[in-house]
Design a protein around this ligand. Structure first.
Ligand code: 1CP
Length: 356
């Protein structure tokens, strides 16, 4: 039996129920802007060694919660664990992005891929989830996550990070059938991965479609949204995951919020390119919204951070169903004190908003 939740604001907001103050967490809240993260990462040796050690992964998951009044923890891991488990050979060069030893380019490459076994090849993720749930002891809910099929395909075909993922996009146009075969295997893998995380203790789930916004509208529907919808449908009929709220986040896809809400997910992540008032109108109250402060604001003064936090809260207004977050991940050069300013202002000002 696990401890009852002491702070359930996140789960209440995802169900669009009233809360005393707006829940807040920060994408990439465990990361390089924290000196204690850099110290643990140095001790582990490499990013993958850190992610694959459940005790150290738990340590860095909890580090931001020691500093700040966060309303959620997110498991320290990465979206590229699935392609790594598929045999692509993931590494992170110091100070650089991810690299795959065996990118996926041909039909033979795609046909070689299978859905990884969650309790062997990805057991380290489930073990870390179980350790973090135990150590959290009900303080706040724990979020599990995956990359979207499209975003994983971007890295697998490109073989590394990229500004435009031109090789991955080229596959969609030159051999769409091959791209669809790859995306189908990935959709089954993502659904199995999130289901296993739910079984291991995740209390909310999030899918990062970081590169959905690279696609033109019709291509977004064909290569990204369709597979997000497959994953949502699979999880809704999955015994272990069907009661766990699911957040979909496609960066750069604010034109598609209504279609995304129709997948049946609980919430949508929103980047900073749309006002939350407009995003609320777009989804017609069907889902909760998570976002959407521009992470660059954290580089400004505390006064500016407070003003911009209030602007985001005012834009959503006094309605249920808002989870405060950045519009994308926090960047390494941010002053950790500025994150405290943000979190404290979200709680203080949203209480005032509710009383008004
Ligand atoms: O050297 C280091 O310490 C590496 C930095 C780092 C970190 C802190 C990487 C490598 N991954 C992570 C953790 C991580 N990644 C989390 C942990 C939980 C949290 O605190 O939020 C999460 C949710 C991710 C997800 C992730 N990884 C995404 C989707 C979210 C987003 O920001 O868009 C993506 C695109 C990745 C790939 C990846 N992993 C790491 C890096 C540097 C990247 C980006 C590579 C690129 O530029 O394309």
């Amino acid at each position: 039996m696990s401890a009852p939740l002491k702070n359930d604001r996140l789960l209440r907001a995802l169900r669009r129920e009233p809360v005393d103050t707006t829940p807040v967490w920060v994408m990439r809240q465990a990361g390089r802007y924290l000196p204690e993260y850099r110290a643990t990462r140095a001790k582990a040796g490499s990013f993958m060694a850190l992610a694959q050690n459940p005790e150290l992964a738990c340590e860095v998951t909890l580090q931001p919660l020691e500093r700040y009044e966060l309303d959620a923890a997110i498991l320290f891991s990465d979206i590229l664990t699935i392609p790594d488990a598929m045999g692509l050979g993931l590494s992170f060069a110091q100070g650089e992005g991810p690299q795959f030893a065996h990118p996926v380019r041909t039909r033979a490459d795609v046909e070689r891929l299978g859905v990884p076994d969650m309790e062997s090849e990805l057991r380290y993720v489930m073990d870390a989830m179980r350790v973090v749930r135990r150590e959290l002891a009900g303080r706040v809910p724990l979020i599990g996550f995956s990359g979207s099929p499209w975003t994983l395909a971007c890295y697998m075909v490109e073989g590394q990070g990229s500004r435009d993922f031109a090789t991955a996009k080229a596959m969609c146009w030159s051999d769409p059938a091959l791209a669809h075969t790859l995306l189908e295997t990935l959709a089954r893998s993502v659904a199995a991965y999130l289901s296993a995380q739910a079984a291991a203790g995740a209390q909310a789930l999030m899918i990062f479609d970081t590169w959905g916004g690279l696609l033109a509208p019709s291509a977004f529907r064909e290569f990204s949204l369709r597979y997000l919808a497959h994953v949502v449908t699979a999880l809704k009929s999955d015994m272990r995951a069907r009661d766990i709220p699911l957040i979909l986040f496609s960066k750069g896809a604010s034109a598609h919020l209504y279609e995304m809400a129709q997948t049946g997910c609980a919430a949508l992540g929103v980047d900073w390119t749309i006002d939350l008032a407009d995003a609320r109108n777009a989804v017609k109250g069907k889902v909760a919204l998570q976002g959407n402060l521009d992470p660059a604001v954290l580089r400004a003064s505390p006064e500016v951070i407070r003003r911009e936090v209030r602007r985001v809260l005012d834009s959503y207004g006094n309605h249920p169903g808002h989870v405060f977050n950045l519009g994308h991940g926090i960047t390494p050069e941010v002053d950790p004190e500025h994150v405290k300013v943000l979190i404290d202002e979200v709680h203080a000002y949203s209480r005032v908003l509710r009383a008004a």
